[in-house]
Design a protein around this ligand. Sequence first.
Ligand SMILES: NC(=O)C1=CN([C@@H]2O[C@H](COP(=O)(O)OP(=O)(O)OC[C@H]3O[C@@H](n4cnc5c(N)ncnc54)[C@H](OP(=O)(O)O)[C@@H]3O)[C@@H](O)[C@H]2O)C=CC1
Ligand SMILES: O=C(O)CCC(=O)C(=O)O
Length: 447
Amino acid sequence: MEDKIEAFLDLVRERNGHEPEFLQAVQEVAETVIPYIAEHEIYNGKNILLRMVEPERLISFRVSWVDDSGEIQVNRGYRVQMNSAIGPYKGGLRFHPTVNASILKFLAFEQVFKNSLTTLPMGGGKGGSDFDPKGKSDNEIMRFCHAFMTELYRHIGHNTDVPAGDIGVGAREIGFMFGMYKKLNNTFTGVLTGKGQSWGGSLIRPEATGYGNVYFAENMLKTKDDSFNGKKVVISGSGNVAQFAAEKAIELGATVLTLSDSSGYIYDEDGIDTEKLQFVMDLKNNKRGRISEYVDKYPNAKYFKEERPWSVKCDIALPCATQNELNGEEAKALIDNGCICVSEGANMPSTPEAIHEFHKAKILFAPGKASNAGGVATSGLEMSQNSLRLSWTREEVDARLKDIMEDIHDSCVEYGKNDDGTIDYVRGANIAGFVKVADAMLAQGVI
Ligand SMILES: NC(=O)C1=CN([C@@H]2O[C@H](COP(=O)(O)OP(=O)(O)OC[C@H]3O[C@@H](n4cnc5c(N)ncnc54)[C@H](OP(=O)(O)O)[C@@H]3O)[C@@H](O)[C@H]2O)C=CC1
Ligand SMILES: O=C(O)CCC(=O)C(=O)O
């Protein structure tokens, strides 16, 4: 079996050798799905996984815009349309200086499996730009978003490809892009999700990824007759996902000890309560400040510059910032400090070495493609509401989100149960996500 996996990975490396993040994501899937394919006659000899690692379309384009000082700036825009076997391409847009084809292909590949797991009819895609929103004025953000959409609009549509937010793209950016799409098409459709409430957005979509991650972790803890109540929780990031993961963990009786950004982390031994979290939300979402400012307001807390929070003693860890932000050594530190559950809010935040440590220690570990799927699932619910031209209540959307996270958990258990009764959520998520897409691809023939 190992030879088979290596032969497959050699082929993928030959074509994508300069794309480390993409290769990392493919390797994890190949190691769990190729043995499954070998045991299931219908998938044999069809090169299904080889087809799945090749984007159906990868669009790259110039984005020219004028900054506040009148200088012309040039960025690169992308959309990776990875797989449309089970529905229109669906996945976020990331604006960050590190964005390149490798990062977007890894994200789009993960999205295919994640969207399949949600049980909703959504294919996988991802896009974005190497544009850095930090330090830009609202007018610069608007001009960039408008310029970005003047090319992207011809490749997307409510039945073709429905982008949303990701790192650096929140409600403000979705608004600017939606405005330009509407102007260029002269149609008001649900072409983007994460929209504002008064113009087609869904209640709970802003909260959904963070809440969904906590719901997923709750389901994992339930298998051990345990819960969030009374637990110490360490969270990385302080953006959309981290904020709402913290909010839900606090609501369930946990003590949240840390939050971070790319400059460092804060540790509040007394716990980040609801009032302190409101301060962080205002700091990050309105003032666009740095997490270090937390200790100016709450001097009992400590700030650790250019460090990550994984050495803080906790029961539960929720990595909610970015890819490869938790390595093997940090995983060992978490385990040595008694951590019993790691649930990924970000996409691929744990390195392969970290995942190996979690599996070796047999602690509960959820891969992002399962545990952060609540965001895109609620985007799917936004698409349904747009098609029906109505809005569901907060309670209704939250109840659907909870059910979806429980279903995803159950699918992981179905495909990931080990002989000793423990659950390999990585294998479970990969195989459950694969089966639905592969069956659709088989039914549709070689296209
Ligand atoms: N938004 C969503 O619905 C979904 C998001 N995700 C994933 O969740 C993660 C967070 O996304 P989201 O909260 O939306 O993004 P935001 O832009 O709202 O927040 C990102 C957070 O991560 C930090 N961060 C970004 N890059 C780095 C880095 N290189 N090192 C350390 N910290 C970093 C940011 O700090 P700083 O401000 O300093 O950059 C910020 O605190 C991403 O992996 C995303 O793909 C997954 C599913 C859905
Ligand atoms: O809501 C969406 O469509 C995208 C969410 C996303 O980008 C993700 O799940 O990583």
